[in-house]
Design a protein around this ligand. Structure first.
Ligand SMILES: [Zn+2]
Length: 145
């Protein structure tokens, strides 16, 4: 696992430590993290603060050029909301920790020209699997089930 997925995983673990859903994300521009975040639905009572959205929020306003040169790392396959943000801002490439516990909109992203790499990382899988088993109610709420 490279340093950026490690940073996303650290965000996910921080979210879990806060009593939240363990999904983390970082946005990398020219080899540097410009935004990082984790799912904060529970912590903030927010319907939109998935890990990826939190990373976008923490990156702040960026010119279109920066998004088009960025890579988004996320520990879990991105849902339709987060995939929408990826498409809206023209992120050309994403690296996904795993899609075994949840398959997001990878097909949509690929169909729109986004390069999607899936690592199937055991640490990411175990983190989500354990959380879903422990708190199925919170997880279902997060994905609108
Ligand atoms: Zn999402």
């Amino acid at each position: 696992m490279d340093e950026f997925m490690q940073a996303a995983l650290a965000e996910a673990r921080q979210g879990l430590a806060e009593g939240g859903i363990p999904i983390g994300s970082v946005i990398v521009h020219q080899g540097r993290i410009i935004g990082r975040g984790h799912n904060r639905r529970i912590q903030q009572g927010s319907p939109i603060l998935h890990g990826e959205m939190d990373a976008f929020e923490n990156a702040g306003r960026q010119p279109a050029r920066v998004y088009r040169e960025s890579v988004l790392y996320t520990t879990l396959s991105p849902c339709s909301m987060c995939s929408g943000a990826i498409l809206l801002y023209g992120i050309p490439r994403i690296v996904v920790g795993e899609n075994r516990t949840f398959m997001g909109e990878e097909e949509l992203l690929r169909s729109r020209g986004v390069r999607v790499e899936v690592l199937q990382d055991e640490s990411c899988i175990t983190l989500m699997r354990d959380f879903i088993a422990a708190r199925p109610d919170l997880w279902n709420e997060d994905i609108g089930v």
